[in-house]
Design a protein around this ligand. Structure first.
Ligand code: FES
Length: 102
């Protein structure tokens, strides 16, 4: 099963925080899309993931131990493509970003 973590952090030490740039709306839109498509995946709001300037940020991990796939600059309109990733593993290239520190 794939697990999506979405940063909904509200403060980021003077940097632009994902939670103030629509991250909660991203979470809500993804959860609605998962329910509508009956996709079994986990979505967890979380604290700062690190690359605050690129947000709203999210990362997909798999319980099979594969490396995470990072996304940046997400909006609620990206929900169908993110759910496509969670359902079929299809990476959403338009919003994929390099993992922080690489
Ligand atoms: S506030 Fe979202 S990555 Fe830092």
């Amino acid at each position: 099963m794939l697990h999506l973590f979405v940063c909904t952090n509200e403060t980021a030490s003077g940097k632009p925080a994902c939670g103030r740039r629509g991250a909660q709306q991203v979470v809500t839109a993804i959860q609605k899309e998962l329910i509508a498509r009956r996709v079994m995946a986990r979505v967890t709001p979380c604290g700062c993931l690190g690359p605050c300037f690129d947000g709203p940020n999210a990362v997909v991990y798999s319980n099979t131990g594969t490396n995470g796939v990072w996304y940046g600059g997400l909006t609620a309109e990206d929900a169908p493509a993110i759910v496509e990733h969670l359902e079929h593993g299809t990476i959403y290239a338009a919003k994929r970003v390099d993992p922080p520190g690489t």
